[in-house]
Ligand binder design. Sequence first.
Ligand SMILES: *Cc1c(COP(=O)(O)O)cnc(C)c1O
Length: 432
Amino acid sequence: MQNHNKSAALFEEAVQVIPGGVNSPVRAFKSVGGAPLFIERGEGPFLYDVDGNRYLDLIGSWGPLIFGHADPAILAAITDAAQRGTSFGAATEGEVRFAEEICAAVPSVEKVRLVSSGTEAAMSFLRAARGFTGRTKIVKFEGCYHGHSDALLSKAGSGLATFGLPDSAGVPASMTAGTITLPYNDLDAVHELFAVDGAEIAAVALEPVVGNMGCVPPDEGYLAGLREITTRHGALLLFDEVMTGFRLAYGGAQERFGITPDLTAMGKIIGGGLPLAAYGGRADIMDVIAPVGPVYQAGTLSGNPVAVAAGRAMLKRLREQPPYDYLETQTAKLAASLRESAASAGIPVTVNQVGSMLTIFFTPTANASIRNYADAKTSDAARYARFFHAMLERGVYLPPSQFEAAFLSAALEPSHFDEIAAVAQDAFSTLR
Ligand SMILES: *Cc1c(COP(=O)(O)O)cnc(C)c1O
């Protein structure tokens, strides 16, 4: 039996001085119950909490750590860069080389601007799209998350388009008035909207594979359909690849599915575990950004030399030892095993998996089709919570929410994948 005394004590202190005791809501165990763990260190595939418990980590800092914790090559790059100074507020050669590497990796990206978070990247590609097209309306999809900027926190309504209802308190309705939310994987809804509003729509923004309602892949032809309709109406197609970039392939989901967006937001893996993100795309669009063009976007720590060094080391590692085939094979095998062991325990689940992204949905029937947010919402979050704790007690750290994807890392060896499968089999049997 694990002891969580130190985490519990720290949490009590934390809530006195930090809202909810955490610096980002997903870290709280609100939807699964209990106090969050406080982490002391990570090493390869493992996380160690302050009470000395060890877990196989299936979150990987919510995406960035595709090679696991404290990767020696990335640590060496960080140390080396930090010794030469941690911030200059001026241009460096590293930024130029990094931009060249990103453009070479993601062919739709001809020019790229570095920022510090995925939120900034998505907020900024939206502003660039509006600035470039001179249009104001944007289309996003229910269940897709693009960071916490005002315009992108619009309420996910079901069925038809919902106009401008903010999802968060503190966001005036005027800030989301130009945001139209449609159901994911419903091309007809997009066609209907464009038939009426096509000339006013600046951009369609989406996660090309969704991770933020749990893992939901695009239907066959969905991304191509969006590409076609946006092009026809002079709107831009924006891929938010903060999660999928450098994870589903070196060139992201756009490489995997062969679709070329106009602008792309990147984050998570690209920073090698440090705060760094980016947005980029067609050169003519990117040139609307200051100081070339009239769209303002800036950052004191943008292109921070230590973060750039970490990002460059990450990309180098991905080029030299591509983990993609290994992760695809192992994660698909794990998904199959999860379906099987849940079935033999009599627990209906739907396991969605794309590359190293995976979600176990506790759906009303086994192997249901989860294609959008409404489908995802049919899951039994209380049952997930029990499963989460059963896994945690057995040393496997899953995302503390039914509606988040797990991220598998290449630091997990085949024996670790087997261990996760065995632990899950045991955990499923406790749910009966
Ligand atoms: C994580 C995420 C963001 C926000 O990135 P932050 O670095 O947390 O601000 C935006 N879009 C997607 C798809 C994400 O997964």
